[in-house]
Write a protein that binds this ligand. Structure first.
Ligand code: ATP
Length: 344
């Protein structure tokens, strides 16, 4: 029996998580849940973001965290969202950002002549270092001589563990190709480290073809020949960009799922989209990304059959055009949930 911490969050987060939980209740009725009241309302009420004891409970008492989205126009700079999401990412050391780019129905792919056979790869994005640690500074701010420095952090440990995670995934899932992407021709220190460690790690996986592309070329190839990829592994900044490109290839934010994992310690699952305040509360949000995220969570919990059932039901909705408006359908959030349930 697995125990799930649920953080519906803000905006459309709670709307899509509600639909995800409906689906989970059918395919995995024995899962148990505890809901956490965290997000903009709570922050505006009493200033709480992510207390240490709650974080420790995520680590010690739950098998996974299922999260909607954080973000609210009432909170300046979305301070609460940053503290909760980055707090979880850094304090639980969720170093793997895992994003599948699996097209489920050809009509939602924007590439001419490409379909399900061609667009089916996963991205491993390093999630705890790189350009996103906030290390740097500003000097002579607001003057003509102003300087701003943003530093990129690459540790041997951090690079090696994400590379191994990508190869381990490839091995476990019968994927034959891993491609590491960096910009070692222009970023000669940090990315040279990636190159060196990649060559060493690849030796431990002789059955897997290990290739390399500079990130500009990788972006181009993802559009021209997405079939060239099985597993892409890259740093935090490049992964951020390449995964959004990947989301576009499978039909956009309404279909993009993600996992943030520290194997054996903690795992958090969230749809890629944010709180979308423009459509919140209007029954317009597409719940399919939250459902595909639930499918990822089920797979992580070792429930492959249930994970496949959810993905297959979502795929059939896409095939039938039983989808929300941004995908060309006419269903609201709840009706889109009904459509998936009907196909389970
Ligand atoms: P946040 O500040 O929380 O990141 P955001 O609105 O800036 O929110 P997203 O929510 O990621 O960013 O999405 C951008 C736009 O894409 C939204 O404003 C919305 O119009 C659309 N969108 C995102 N997710 C969905 C969804 N699940 N269903 C339908 N439209 C969506």
């Amino acid at each position: 029996m697995s125990r799930i911490a649920v953080l519906p969050g803000d905006g459309i987060g709670s709307e899509v998580i509600e639909q995800g939980l409906r689906v989970l209740s059918v395919v995995a009725p024995d899962l148990t849940y505890e809901h956490f009241d965290l997000g903009a309302d709570r922050y505006l009420r009493d200033g709480t973001t992510l207390p240490e004891d709650v974080l420790q409970r995520f680590r010690n008492e739950f098998d996974a965290v299922y999260l909607g989205a954080f973000g609210d126009p009432r909170v300046p700079n979305n301070e609460h969202a940053k503290e909760i999401l980055l707090g979880m990412r850094f304090r639980l050391d969720l170093y793997i950002n895992f994003r599948p780019c699996k097209l489920l129905d050809d009509r939602y792919c924007p590439l001419r002549g490409k379909g399900r056979k061609e667009v089916n790869f996963v991205v491993f994005r390093e999630n705890t270092e790189g350009m996103y640690t906030g290390i740097g500074g500003q000097f002579k701010r607001d003057s003509e001589d102003e300087i701003a420095i943003e530093q990129e952090i690459n540790t041997r440990k951090g690079v090696e563990r994400i590379l191994r995670a990508a190869f381990d995934y490839a091995r476990a899932h019968g994927k034959k190709r891993v491609c590491m992407s960096d910009k070692a021709n222009a970023m000669r220190h940090g990315h040279e480290l990636w190159q060196r460690v990649y060559k060493l790690v690849a030796k431990d996986y002789p059955e897997i073809q290990a290739s390399h592309l500079y990130v500009d070329v990788a972006a181009m190839k993802m559009v021209q020949t997405p079939e060239a990829f099985d597993v892409i592994v890259t740093n935090n900044l490049f992964g951020d960009i390449l995964t959004d490109l990947g989301s576009a290839l499978i039909g956009g934010l309404g279909l993009a799922a993600s996992a943030n994992i520290n194997p054996g310690v903690a795992a958090m699952f969230e749809p890629v989209h944010g709180s979308a305040p423009d459509i919140a509360g209007k029954n317009l949000a597409n719940p399919l990304a939250a459902m595909l995220t639930a499918s990822l969570m089920l797979e992580h919990l070792g429930r492959k059959d249930a994970a496949f059932r959810v993905e297959e039901a979502v795929r059939r909705c896409l095939e039938d055009g039983a989808v929300t408006r941004e995908l060309g359908g006419n269903l609201g959030t709840t009706a889109a949930g009904d459509a998936v349930l009907a196909r389970l």
